[in-house]
Design a protein around this ligand. Structure first.
Ligand code: ZN
Length: 171
């Protein structure tokens, strides 16, 4: 995601750095790979079996906001407008890339909704063709549960992605 010049600057920075600093960076990279996994409930990134959001007893357990990837949780959290829980799909349906429902965390979502505490599922997949298709699929999957299904307001410009959306717009 960065250009050639930035990559070159980073490479030279590491070569110029003190041994200790370079080794510290290497350790940090190793540590993040070892420690950070997926939350067993919502599939967000987590340092333990459950993420901070799922563990937080002050969160509203009747709402689940469904997003495509962990990076999408961050901009929504930054708005401070949403107090419910999340469910990270770990992707979106994409027939062209051979990504079918079995590759997403849909079983987990269905299980959570069926447990009965959830009143509303907010489909916050990206407003792209694939994001919309994924939302449609989830709507039909959850229809039989009777849970209230909502989508984000369509103020997001078509073709943009949640990760880069501005905070006011998301709120
Ligand atoms: Zn979680």
């Amino acid at each position: 995601g960065i250009g050639r010049r930035t990559a070159q600057r980073l490479a030279f920075h590491i070569l110029r750095a003190e041994d200790e600093d370079a080794a510290g960076l290497a350790d940090a990279i190793r540590e993040v790979r070892e420690k950070v996994g997926l939350c067993e409930v919502c599939f967000n990134l987590s340092e333990g079996p459950r993420c901070e959001i799922c563990e937080d007893q002050r969160r509203d357990r009747t709402m689940i906001c469904v997003v495509e990837q962990p990076a999408d949780v961050i901009p929504i959290e930054r708005t401070h407008e949403y107090r419910g829980l999340y469910h990270v799909l770990q992707g979106r349906l994409s027939p062209l890339e051979n990504i079918g429902p079995e590759k997403l965390t849909l079983d987990g979502l269905l299980r959570r909704v069926r447990q009965g505490e959830v009143r509303e599922v907010i489909l916050a997949t990206n407003p792209t063709l694939e994001g919309d298709g994924t939302a449609l699929y989830i709507s039909s999957l959850l229809a039989e549960t009777g849970v209230s299904l909502t989508r984000l307001a369509r103020g997001l410009p078509s073709g943009s992605v949640l990760e880069f959306a501005n905070t006011q717009m998301l709120a």
